[in-house]
Design a protein around this ligand. Structure first.
Ligand code: FES
Ligand SMILES: [Fe+2]
Length: 432
């Protein structure tokens, strides 16, 4: 490849040719993972917090490219395909409910029982022959610890939900407090890998969180060897990997300039962090502990489509009494949640300013920065990984070996960039 001089058409051609050749050479041990840009099929996905859907309410979501409409009745959440079988309108665009159990399409009045998916009435042709014959697709739904999970796939019955949830999320006496649910502009795999990324602590080094709690932070932490990474068996729980980072990089040097995070004295030995991080299929993170001792931090990176994921964050703690639950929830809202997520962060603060961004707002921004090259410039095959990234490779290999299926665009999801509520539709970016 020519490296100097003005760019010419032929140089660009050379570069493209070289890039393509390089890409062709770079096959991987995790090809199924690379195909799963829309997510994994036949898995349970966290969709929203139960508190976001009160009794009788209806909401639409796109999960793994599938349009789904949810309704809560008698404190149970039901879900149907959000595409009217008559002429395709989305129920959730303008939900109409004439009874507790039903949902009516706003365009011509086809009315379905949300529990069974059966057509029970047609308001514009009472007694229609279609009544009792049309069956809308239903989705299995479960609500656990205030998080609503939906099953995307064909397995009937679906696998036990315990096989798709972070193990510590199911501990008894765990109290879970919602922190954030954001529609983020990056592929779900970049988000999952970022949550688990060993060396990206460097980018967090100036985070306001660390200054606030006043602890020294390394530039990087990662496991020293394979024994520090445990692969969990999926028989009773989910498949996943848990790492314990015992290598801590406290400072680095460039041409005589020392680089450290704030609060770090390059001449002192600091204690290693005692934090365990697990990433579980299909897309859940568990951090024990964060952002404070005794607090579990959970994240989900639920695919919306290839270019967006739902970034869902919750905190949990074991609370043995109603009083301790009240104290924990209040502490979450006032103290912990603002450290990790600031909903105004998207627009109101300068990019990369660690003092004013929530810790995870910064992650979200970082994933967005990576998305284009991975999704559209073939970076899944062009990246150049280094030693701390071996846990990312473990994750990709595990998913490739254990996934129950790969989600593809098909008859269930032909509409890219569609916005469930019809608002904020932006053809360039899709649903916000
Ligand atoms: S499109 Fe729904 S009733 Fe016609
Ligand atoms: Fe991060």
């Amino acid at each position: 490849m020519k490296k100097n001089g003005p760019a010419t058409e032929s140089m660009r051609d050379d570069l493209e040719e070289e890039t393509l050749a390089e890409a062709r050479e770079h096959t991987t041990s995790y090809e199924p993972y690379l195909e799963a840009s829309l997510g994994l099929r036949n898995h349970w996905y966290a969709s929203f917090f139960g508190e976001e859907l009160s009794e009788g309410e209806v909401r639409g979501e796109m999960i793994c490219g599938e349009r789904i409409v949810f309704k809560r009745l008698d404190n149970q959440v039901f879900a149907l395909e959000d595409r009217c079988p008559h002429r395709g309108s989305a129920f959730s665009a303008r939900p109409e409910c004439y009874s507790k159990n039903t949902l009516t399409c706003w365009l011509h009045g086809f009315t379905f029982d949300v529990r069974s998916g059966k057509l029970v009435e047609v308001l514009t042709e009472p007694g229609s022959k279609l009544i009792g014959k049309l069956q809308q697709k239903t989705y299995p739904v479960q609500e656990i610890n205030g998080v609503v999970f939906v099953f995307i796939g064909d397995m009937d019955p679906p696998p036990a939900i315990e096989q798709d949830i972070q193990p510590k999320f199911l501990q008894s006496n765990l109290v879970v407090q919602s922190v954030a649910r954001n529609k983020s502009r990056a592929n779900w795999r970049l988000a999952a890998e970022n949550g688990y990324d060993a060396a990206h602590l460097y980018a967090h080094r100036n985070a306001g969180l660390f200054k606030q709690i006043d602890i020294p932070v390394p530039l990087s932490t990662f496991p020293s060897n394979k024994g520090k990474v445990t692969e969990l068996n999926g028989d009773n729980g989910p498949w996943g990997i848990v790492k314990f980072d015992d290598i801590n990089i406290w400072h680095a040097e460039v041409d005589g300039t020392y680089i450290t995070a704030p609060n770090v004295d390059p001449h002192l030995e600091h204690d290693n962090w005692d934090i365990e991080v697990g990433l579980f299929m299909p897309c859940g993170l568990e951090v024990d502990y964060f952002p404070a001792p005794g607090v579990l931090h959970f994240e989900w990176y639920t695919p919306i489509d290839e270019d967006h994921h739902l970034y869902i964050i919750a905190h949990g703690a074991i609370c043995d009494t109603p009083e301790s639950e009240v104290i924990f929830r209040s502490r979450c809202k006032k103290e912990l949640a603002p450290l990790v997520w600031r909903s105004e962060g998207d627009n109101n603060v300068p990019v990369g300013d660690g003092d004013t961004w929530g810790f995870n707002n910064f992650d979200d921004w970082g994933r967005e920065q990576m998305h284009h090259v991975y999704q559209y410039e073939n970076f899944w095959r062009r990246e150049r990984l280094f030693r701390p990234d071996y846990i990312v490779l473990r994750w990709r290999n595990l998913v490739s070996q254990r996934l129950r299926g790969i989600q593809k665009w098909g008859t269930w999801a032909p509409t890219r960039g569609w916005s469930p509520d019809g608002k904020n539709y932006d053809p360039k970016f899709g649903p916000k």
